[in-house]
Ligand binder design. Structure first.
Ligand code: FAD
Length: 638
């Protein structure tokens, strides 16, 4: 298969404008003739559904939550980037573009990333117009702070609740359309398959999570805005329900999966406290604006932080990366923390963390200034650990957080299945091998509010005057039968172990061999362990309850089954990529100083994997990446 990203020709700054001009449009009176399904109501999905509704399309939106407002986007803490240059500190659209390409370790598409930087400013205007309460300066201008991997302040924020406030804005817009009748919302509904006929996406199969009823829905186009798959590691900062099922089912129906091994391990999370923990909590990266990261210089130093004098502390990020200090990108900060903990300098009773210390900032700015910036994060930390971070430094350690991989999409955000789109974290997106902080919200909203609503018209316009996809197409009945059979299969297993047990065991394998450090031997080991555990899962899992009621154990079983297949693909992808780049750190490929060593001659491509059936080797297609506006360089934050 040839992958054509369909990047428009012309100078990088004009591509998006030219494309929008050249693309066919759907005139307002025709829009109500088209039905579009949007799965997911996070920032990407709610933004897209609201905008499509406002444009006049008929939209059906699905979410497994009891309200669209509960989407995982609500947990985003730190902020959203935009190239407004309010600080006059040298920022520009080009600099945001450049920082994102460099931050992603030169494994993303220039055309997409430039468009993202251009749209960043429109997102802030739109959200502000909706009433999103971004933090403001005394004079009224929106305030900014810094995130990792950049030397300007371009991150807009609403205390530590930026995602929540943005989602309320998007939800308001969505609710308006629901009231207007352009958007029909289906909550507590889990999409379990995409329906494809004659090679095109024509609908979805959905299970009502309360009654268990399985229904089918047809549409002219389907948009997946179903978030990321960090929960493949079992422990992650994602909401417990986040999963890969929607995009995995689409993958099985022909949508190729891009860069599955590009996962982000975030440096500032509360360390795990015991074996049975089911969730990890993020402490926003924004804390690195005012927090200094350190460990005791002496191995095994057991003293309380306050008893260790400054000259006996190692501020290892400031020492190793003087230019960016505590604000190096996430992949770099995470690896550096791992090195210290592996070297025996970890702190806390389990010696599994490093300090994030705001004492200097509190002394310099006063407690109330810190409280104003990060009050809810400090409170959250204290509730979880029982330690007061105003008095004792926080303990942090890297944890799975975000997935740069996802469904492959072209410039229009269409997958390799015509009529099937993927937006937000669900696509492989614009972040290459490492996402910079505060750029996921930017991408989700750019996709949802601005890109998809424009590009989908190009596809729909071609269907004008043709009959709508028929709900009587046999593909619907067949997909429904498959979903029901899978559900039955899960319930019929008469095993002894819980779904969670298998998920935790799978997570341990993926974390060990496809986490922060990867090696050929480890990945080959994982590729033999995962299928064995999967077989055991099908033979020995016990799913209590039935199919016709609310059954969370059943829901989880289906999701974990898909995680098994995804985990294998992640390891295969990591094994194929014989280089280190961003969060993909192959131990065999590092500089003498322990930094990632890219191989641009052989690996400057997006890897796109095709499903060939259960147990069969997936096929690899490569989308070569061209760098015309930014020169390929070794990343340096020193
Ligand atoms: C703790 C935390 C803090 C973060 N902070 C920031 C930050 O400060 N700045 C930043 O830029 N990024 C941040 N991120 C990342 C960012 O929040 C996410 O990448 C982004 O919100 C994802 O948005 P989304 O719309 O793509 O998906 P989500 O918000 O995950 O929404 C997915 C939607 O899909 C639905 N769904 C999924 N599968 C199905 C299915 N099969 N059937 C029906 N519905 C389905 C869900 O119900 C949900 O509505 C943070 C992430 C975490 C975990």
């Amino acid at each position: 298969m040839q992958l054509d990203a369909k990047i428009p020709a012309g100078p990088i700054a004009d591509k998006w404008d030219n494309h929008r001009f050249e693309m066919p449009l759907v005139a307002p009176p025709h829009r109500r003739k088209f039905e579009v399904i949007v799965v997911g109501t996070g920032l990407a999905g709610a933004g897209a559904a609201a905008t499509l509704g406002e444009l006049g399309y008929r939209v059906k939106v699905f979410t497994y939550h009891d309200s669209p407002r509960r989407a995982h986007s609500i947990s985003a803490q730190g902020g959203i980037n935009a190239a407004k240059n309010y600080r006059s500190d040298g920022d520009s659209v080009y600099r945001l573009f450049y920082d994102t390409i460099k931050g992603g370790d030169y494994r993303s598409r220039e055309g997409n990333v430039y468009r993202l930087a251009q749209l960043s400013n429109e997102i802030i205007d739109q959200a502000t117009a909706q009433g999103v309460p971004f933090a403001r300066e005394y004079g009224g201008l929106l305030s900014n702070r810094s995130f990792g991997g950049v030397q300007v302040e371009r991150t807009f924020y609403a205390r530590g609740q930026t995602g929540q406030q943005l989602l309320l804005g998007a939800y308001q817009a969505l609710a308006r359309q629901m009231k207007a009748g352009t958007v029909e919302a289906h909550t507590r509904s889990e999409m379990l398959d995409v329906v494809v006929a004659d090679g095109k996406a024509i609908g979805v199969v959905v299970r009502d999570l309360v009654t268990g009823e399985v229904t089918t829905h047809s549409a002219h186009a389907v948009v997946l805005a179903t978030g990321g798959y960090s929960n493949v590691y079992f422990l992650s900062t994602n909401a417990k329900a986040c999963n890969v099922t929607a995009i995995w089912r689409a993958h099985r129906k022909g949508a190729v999966f891009a860069n599955p091994c590009f996962t982000q391990i975030h440096p500032t999370c509360i360390p795990q406290s015991d074996e049975f923990q089911s969730k990890l909590t993020l402490m926003s990266e924004s804390l690195r604006n005012d927090g200094r990261i350190w460990v005791p210089k002496e191995i095994g130093d057991q003293r309380m932080a306050g008893e260790i004098p400054p000259d006996q502390r190692d501020y290892f990020l400031e020492r190793r990366y003087p230019a960016f200090g505590n604000l190096v990108p996430r992949d770099v900060a995470s690896r550096a923390a791992k090195k210290e903990v592996d070297g025996g300098r970890g702190v806390g009773s389990l010696r599994n963390g490093v300090f994030l210390d705001c004492a200097d900032a509190i002394a310099r700015l006063g407690r109330s200034a810190i409280e104003e910036r990060y009050g809810n994060l400090f409170e959250m930390y204290e509730r979880i650990t029982g330690e007061d971070p105003y008095v004792r430094p926080m303990r942090i350690y890297p944890a799975p957080h975000y997935t740069m991989g996802g469904l492959w999409v072209d410039y229009d955000l269409m997958t390799t299945v015509p009529g099937l789109y993927a937006i937000g974290e669900a696509n492989f997106s614009d972040h290459g091998a490492n996402r910079l902080g505060a750029s996921a919200l930017m991408q989700g909203l750019a996709d949802g509010y601005f890109i998809l609503p424009a590009t989908i018209a190009g596809y729909l316009a071609g269907m004008l005057g043709r009959p709508a996809p028929s709900p009587d197409n046999p593909a619907f009945a067949e997909a429904k039968r498959d979903v029901e059979a899978r559900t039955r299969h899960m319930l019929e297993a008469e095993g002894n172990r819980t779904v969670d047990w298998f998920h935790r065991e799978l997570g341990k394998i993926v974390w060990e061999h496809c986490g922060m450090a990867r090696s050929g031997d480890g990945l080959r080991k994982a590729l033999s362990e995962i299928p064995a555990l999967r077989e055991e899962f099908y033979a020995d899992v016990k799913v209590l309850g039935g199919a016709d009621t609310l059954n969370q154990s059943l829901e989880k079983a289906g999701r974990v089954a898909d995680f098994f297949e995804l985990a294998e693909l992640m390891c295969r992808d990591a094994l194929d990529r014989e280089e280190s780049c961003g969060g993909h750190f192959r131990l065999e490929h590092q500089t003498p100083e322990g930094e990632a060593l890219r191989n641009d001659d052989d690996y400057a491509y997006v890897s796109a994997w095709g499903w060939e059936g259960p147990g069969a080797e997936p096929t690899l297609t490569k989308e070569p990446l061209a760098f015309e506006s930014v020169a390929l360089k070794t990343r340096s934050y020193k």
